[in-house]
Structures are given as structure tokens and as C-alpha cells.
Write a protein that binds this ligand. Structure first.
Ligand SMILES: NC(=O)C1=CN([C@@H]2O[C@H](COP(=O)(O)OP(=O)(O)OC[C@H]3O[C@@H](n4cnc5c(N)ncnc54)[C@H](OP(=O)(O)O)[C@@H]3O)[C@@H](O)[C@H]2O)C=CC1
Ligand SMILES: CC[C@](O)(C(C)=O)C(=O)O
Ligand SMILES: [Mg+2]
Ligand SMILES: [Mg+2]
Length: 348
């Protein structure tokens, strides 16, 4: 369906499940996205084989979930569709192992365009190369599916060797639950660049810095860490929930007019033109490949910056305060109550 913005959004009715029902899908990796795609595909009646290295700690989990497990090479050899759901940095070496197993007319399927867009994987011309990228962490892709709900996703076709790539990708999207919510068509380039920018500047990098700096400002001024935690982190979810449901308008309608006035006047003072320029710089480094080169080199040299930054982030005071408070309060579910307040390392 094409709406007034000329965006094509596909729903269940647009997908033809027969496009995938006779296929065997190899899901390489059983992490955040892999476990969700594999189980959703299997529950939708698709023949799934999970590809994991012999030493993989995920093998037991996949088997416990009732799935067949083989090595990536064996799985790819049996499959018509190979869904590459190991970490982006690992994909080129896993691909090198499975490339010879790809037959003419097979499909190479991704959930993010990094390795295709930045030329780290160059598939043969006679296979379809598609992407179904859920716009969500993998655990919610599974949870939503089980609850009968959907997860919005993006569809892109990089290479259509069979003439049927888009139809099969739509059937894959339906089988993992994305067309229940809506699937938007895009390109590998657009998905890769917007996804990297979004997670760096707003969703993961931007929000954690905003929370930490807000928390530190209050604590440094003598307020209690508990107050600072509630104000800057806990309530963030509740405010974002309102925006998720009804946009900024619904959030502004729900908060006090004092909050509205203060937010509308102080927000642009804090997220100022300097921040906009920083965001533009971040986007440029994504677009010109500088970030991709940096991340590839970081992995080739043992991730020194990653380890140091993650260690500092997960051991920030706000993490201890939050773990203690989530233990104490009634809204916390059992999973949250189980969490440890011990210091963790960057490898956790
Ligand atoms: N995380 C998310 O929610 C999202 C991810 N994506 C994309 O999905 C793809 C998968 O990401 P994500 O789910 O986060 O990945 P994960 O980090 O969760 O993948 C972990 C899985 O990959 C396996 N693995 C790790 N290293 C290797 C290796 N060297 N060889 C073979 N298998 C290995 C692990 O098994 P083992 O036990 O062997 O280590 C494990 O099963 C990426 O392209 C990502 O950008 C897209 C949207 C959201
Ligand atoms: C926001 C991070 C993400 O892009 C995602 C869950 O969509 C990722 O790469 O994990
Ligand atoms: Mg991403
Ligand atoms: Mg994303």
C-alpha cells in the first residue's frame, strides 16, 4: 500500500507465504536477531536450520528451542535462503566459509546492510541479496511474535537474480512477524546509513550520554543519586512511551504546562547548534565510510576502545543505583529482580 507520503508499506495481505514455504532457511547465528528469526520462521511453518560453529555456546539454546543445528557451512549447503545473523564484524569471515555453498538462485538475506554497503561481502551475481531489517532489538521481535503482535521492519533488495527476490523477502518478513506491523521498502544504503546514524546519535549513544550527564549534573549539585536516577533514567521510559503512542503532541499534552514551557525553552538551549553540528559530523563519517573503516580496524586490533568505553559505561554509578532501586520497587519483574549489582567487565 502507498500512503500520502509515497512510502510503500507492506502488510500480511501483501505477502505470499508460498514464496518461502518450500524453502529451507539457514539462520547463521543464534543471538539477538538470530534466535528471534529462527523461532518465528519455524513457528510460521518454515523449515529452519541454525548454523553455529562447533564451539558455539548458543548450540544448546537452539536445540532446547527445538531447532536443528549444524555448522554454518552445513546449514548453508542445505539451505535455499541463508540469513546472515552473526555480528556485523564477523560476517565477512563466516561468509568466506559459506560462499562456496551458495547455488545459483539461492538467497543471501541480511538484517542490516553494513557488509554489503561497505563492500566487505561481495556475493556472486546469480544469487538474490535481500534485507529484512526489524526496527527493533531481536528479543522484542520474538516477544511481539509470541504475543500475536508485529515488529515494524525494512525491506531492501540489493540483487535480484531470480526476479523473485522482493516477493520472497516479503514472505520472510511475514514469517518473522514484520508484515503484521508494516514493512517499508528502502535500499541497503539508506538502511545502513540511517541505522548507524540513529544508533550512534540518538537511540544508543545520544540517549545514554543525555541520561548520564543529567544524572551527574544533579548528583554533583548535591542531590541524591536515587532522585537523579528516577528523574533522568526511570521516567525516560514513561515519557518515551507517550511519544511512541501518540507522538510528541501526546507527551506535551500529558505533562504539566510548567514542564511544557521549561522543556520547550530549555531543550533547544541544551541540544543546541553545537549538538546539531556534531550530529552532522557523525552522519558525514557514516556516509563517507570513515566510521566503517574505524570499526573494522578496531576489531582487527582487539577492540581496545570498545572495551575501555564499555567498561566505563556499564560501571557508571547510575547502573548500581538503578539495579538497587529496581530490586526495591514493585514494578520490577522477576527478570529485573534477578540482576546482579556486581561490577561487570566489557566482555559481559
Ligand atoms: N541486535 C539487534 O537487535 C539488531 C541487529 N541487527 C543486525 O542483525 C545482525 C545480527 O546482530 P545481532 O543479533 O545483534 O548479533 P549477536 O551479537 O546477538 O549474534 C550472536 C550470535 O552470533 C554467533 N557468533 C558470534 N561470533 C561468531 C563467529 N565468529 N562465528 C560464528 N558465529 C558467531 C554467536 O554464537 P557463538 O556462541 O558461536 O558466539 C551467537 O549465536 C547484524 O547484522 C546486526 O546489525 C539488526 C537490527 C537489530
Ligand atoms: C538501535 C540499535 C540497532 O540498530 C537496533 C536494535 O535496531 C542495533 O544495531 O542493534
Ligand atoms: Mg543497528
Ligand atoms: Mg537498528
Amino acid at each position: 500500500m502507498t500512503d500520502e507520503f509515497n512510502t510503500t508499506v507492506y502488510y500480511d495481505d501483501d505477502a505470499d507465504s508460498t514464496e518461502i514455504e518450500d524453502a529451507t532457511v539457514a539462520v547463521l547465528g543464534y543471538g539477538s536477531q538470530g534466535h528471534a528469526h529462527a523461532q518465528n520462521l519455524a513457528d510460521s511453518g518454515v523449515d529452519v536450520i541454525v548454523g553455529l560453529r562447533e564451539s558455539s555456546s548458543s548450540r544448546d539454546a537452539a536445540r532446547a528451542d527445538g531447532l536443528r543445528v549444524a555448522t554454518p557451512t552445513e546449514a548453508a549447503s542445505e539451505a535455499d535462503v541463508v540469513s546472515v545473523l552473526v555480528p556485523d564484524t564477523v560476517q565477512p569471515s563466516v561468509y568466506a566459509d559459506i560462499e562456496s555453498e551458495l547455488e545459483s538462485g539461492d538467497t543471501l538475506q541480511f538484517a542490516h546492510g553494513f557488509n554489503i554497503h561497505y563492500g566487505q561481502i561481495e556475493p556472486p551475481e546469480d544469487v538474490d541479496v535481500t534485507m529484512i531489517a526489524p526496527k527493533s532489538p531481536g528479543h522484542l521481535v520474538r516477544r511481539n511474535y509470541e504475543n500475536g503482535e508485529g515488529t515494524p521492519g525494512l525491506l531492501a533488495v540489493y540483487q535480484d537474480a531470480t526476479g523473485d527476490a522482493k516477493e520472497q523477502a516479503l514472505a520472510y518478513a511475514e514469517a518473522i512477524g514484520c508484515t503484521r506491523a508494516g514493512v517499508v521498502e528502502t535500499t541497503f544504503r539508506e538502511e545502513t546509513e540511517t541505522d548507524l546514524f540513529g544508533e550512534q546519535a540518538v537511540l544508543c549513544g545520544g540517549i545514554t550520554e543525555l541520561i548520564k550527564v543529567g544524572y551527574e549534573t544533579l548528583v554533583d549539585a548535591g542531590y541524591s543519586p536515587e532522585m537523579a536516577y528516577f528523574e533522568c533514567l526511570n521516567e525516560m521510559k514513561l515519557i518515551v512511551d507517550l511519544m511512541y503512542e501518540g507522538g510528541m503532541r501526546e507527551m506535551w499534552d500529558s505533562v504539566s504546562d510548567t514542564a511544557e514551557y521549561g522543556g520547550l525553552t530549555q531543550g533547544p538551549e541544551i541540544i543546541d547548534e553545537g549538538v546539531r553540528e556534531n550530529m552532522e559530523q557523525t552522519l558525514e563519517e557514516v556516509q563517507n565510510g570513515e566510521f566503517a573503516r574505524e570499526w573494522i580496524t578496531e576489531n582487527q586490533t582487539g577492540r581496545p576502545v570498545y572495551r575501555q568505553r564499555k567498561q566505563a559505561d556499564v560501571n557508571h554509578d547510575i547502573e548500581d543505583v538503578g539495579a538497587r532501586l529496581r530490586d526495591l520497587f514493585a514494578w520490577a519483574d522477576d527478570e529485573q529482580n534477578d540482576e546482579s549489582t556486581e561490577k561487570v567487565t566489557a566482555d559481559d
